[in-house]
Design a binder for this molecule. Sequence first.
Ligand SMILES: C[S@@+](CC[C@H](N)C(=O)[O-])C[C@H]1O[C@@H](n2cnc3c(N)ncnc32)[C@H](O)[C@@H]1O
Length: 236
Amino acid sequence: MELIFRFFEELTMLGPADNRITKEILQSLFLPDDPVILDIGSGKGRQTRILADAKPDSRIVPTDVYIPYLQAIRDIPGTSPVCGTMDNLPFKEDSIDLIWSEGAINIMGFSQGITAWKPLLKDGGYLAISEICWHKSNPPEDLRKFWEEDSPGTSSEEERIRDAEAAGYTVTSTIRLPMKAWKDYYLPVETRINEWRKSYPDAETASFLDTMEREIEIFRIYGSYYGYTFFILKKE
Ligand SMILES: C[S@@+](CC[C@H](N)C(=O)[O-])C[C@H]1O[C@@H](n2cnc3c(N)ncnc32)[C@H](O)[C@@H]1O
């Protein structure tokens, strides 16, 4: 089992996020009554709870590869978790009103993900995804190299918009998450790194924790150059 899955098991935030923005985006969409929502890479359901709360008539399907995360969200009303991988989702074409995915599409690749998921959406359905992007042009080489290894294919918002249009979507809006989204995420992560250093002194864990610390250091130095952007796409 990968260390990263275990590391986040007891944390609430599995990535940078802003619950207020999640709710506002959901409320801005024109969804039918009783919409079917697929939450891809749902993790422990931080955003699933917001979606269920803001749209109580919806049927939500959180999907993730890691069963313990899905077990943590069994209590959310109106949800039926499905364990599976995002590149092979067991859903019918034209069956979903809204696909939601926060901080997860980089696992598959932005263009690959939005292209593979599009047939699942009904006409007029939405795809709301947050993805790491360059927020300034010409990021320093040190920084570019780090993200190229950690999140290959990091791109500008303009390029992502072009990718979405090339895949046949209309881009209805983009919203940047504030810097606070990273700070809220990293604070408990730092505490957990310190706990794990004491509890698991083996070389493999030490190397994993070093990488996590390097990421936080990169954020402290270069945090204004990149960030998460939400892309709200529509299948016309
Ligand atoms: C950065 S976390 C985001 C979780 C959640 N959306 C949130 O914002 O709190 C990425 C999630 O993707 C899941 N994941 C990793 N590989 C996956 C795959 N191949 N298919 C589906 N989910 C995957 C991880 O287990 C993790 O829960």
